[in-house]
Design a protein around this ligand. Structure first.
Ligand SMILES: [Zn+2]
Length: 397
């Protein structure tokens, strides 16, 4: 069902669920890009449309399959973030299971999810590994481009090829994201934030990102120099090309009046004693010097702002080895700790035990924490489902 979408420069173009699909002459990877999961973020859709038309004009050599998929077809034409609920906060196993049962009333976004879920399954069944899933987004505030991802070793290994800052572990704060769902299936899956919603640079950055990814994965055969040129085009941010972790989220309560003070930009370091926002008439002031992430400058959304910090290289190295050694097998021997399932992909931990360990200790081992009840935490492991062997022969390895 084609629907018009208002693009950044105000022109209208029809958007289909499949923006484009090009199968190469030779076997190769499957690269899947999503754009417009948030209806007020048309830059990704526009970038994919541009890349597909450039490909149709040119004479490139392609191996494998490349898909461009549009997200919220209902919200995109009216430039709304969503209609009933955020399409990027509902990808929970129990909600997907409920999609298979006939139900008279569904939210608009549940219908969108059903259609996307069916399409993703078709791609996984018919196309060939290794699979790459990338979700294109933009932010409400001004920003340099960056990567957001679930902290799996596979994601880390792939994304370190990009000259961009990467934010790890967002899934602990934002639940039900499309990419977390695909990540849990064990594939390379992450998000790229290409700029501010209305900024024309957000389209250009996303296009460069798509081309670079197509070259890096081996879908599009490129000379070393071509890849290097694209890398230089992407390498625009002043923020160090490092891994960062989120350690604080300001969550806006239902009905709370929240206003971010103007002028803050993503990744900015804010000195101690700076008022950054007003909530219910009260100023929120930094108690220490903080690095600000994703300040909210739009009406819809509950995530006011985050604080981040760069992860020391030593911890990145240590966590890699602890995960490879499966150090968590020893952890499960402790009293108050047991495997939550036979699959050994989650730990069930008594909070009295958990409090002896810092949260960052579990992060090191590849676990993300979720509150279970008053007495227990469920820690979910990112590594156990990893399809790392699919990627062993990838050109970026
Ligand atoms: Zn978004």
């Amino acid at each position: 069902m084609p629907q018009p979408v208002t693009t950044i420069n105000g022109t209208s173009k029809e958007v289909h669920r499949i923006i484009g699909h090009i199968k190469g002459e030779a076997p190769g990877p499957t690269v899947v890009f999503f754009g417009g999961i948030h209806g007020n973020e048309p830059a990704g859709v526009k970038a994919l449309q541009n890349v597909f038309s450039q490909m149709e004009d040119g004479s490139g050599h392609f191996s494998g399959e490349f898909f461009g998929i549009a997200g919220n077809l209902s919200a995109l034409p009216i430039d709304a973030r969503f209609i009933d609920e955020d399409l990027n906060r509902i990808w929970f196993p129990h909600r997907m299971e409920s999609l298979s049962s006939p139900k008279p009333s569904r939210s608009i976004e549940e219908k969108e999810m059903l259609s996307l879920h069916t399409l993703i399954n078709q791609i996984l069944e018919t196309a060939s590994p290794p699979f790459y899933f990338i979700d294109l987004h933009t932010t409400s505030g001004e920003t340099e481009p960056f990567i957001v991802m679930n902290d799996s070793l596979l994601n880390r290994r792939f994304t370190r090829n990009f000259p961009l800052p990467s934010i790890l572990g967002i899934e602990e704060y934002l639940t039900g994201a499309l990419l977390s769902y695909i990540n849990d299936l064990g594939y390379v899956a992450f998000g790229f934030e290409s700029g501010q919603h209305e900024d024309i640079k957000a389209i250009v950055n996303a296009e460069n990102f798509i081309w670079y990814t197509l070259g890096l994965t081996g879908y599009c055969s490129m000379r070393k120099q071509e890849l290097k040129t694209l890398r230089m085009k992407l390498n625009k941010s002043r923020t160090p090309k490092r891994f960062f972790e989120i350690y604080y989220q300001y969550l806006i309560k239902e009905g709370e009046e929240f206003e971010m003070l103007p002028g803050f930009i993503n990744f900015q370091t804010v000195p101690k004693g700076t008022t950054i926002s007003i909530a219910q008439g009260t100023s929120i002031t930094t108690e220490k010097s903080r690095q600000l992430f994703m300040p909210l400058y739009q009406d819809k959304g509950y995530e006011g702002f985050y604080f981040i910090r760069s992860i020391p290289y030593f911890f990145l190295w240590l966590s890699k080895y602890l995960r490879k050694l499966r150090f968590d097998d020893f952890l499960a021997l402790l009293p108050g700790v047991k495997w939550a399932s036979a699959k050994k992909d989650a730990l069930y931990v008594d909070k009295r035990i958990a409090r002896f360990f810092a949260k960052s200790f579990f992060h090191l081992l590849g676990y993300r924490t979720r509150e279970m009840d008053k007495t227990h935490l469920v820690l979910k492991n990112r590594e156990r489902n990893s399809k790392a062997t699919d990627y062993q022969k990838a050109p970026w390895q």
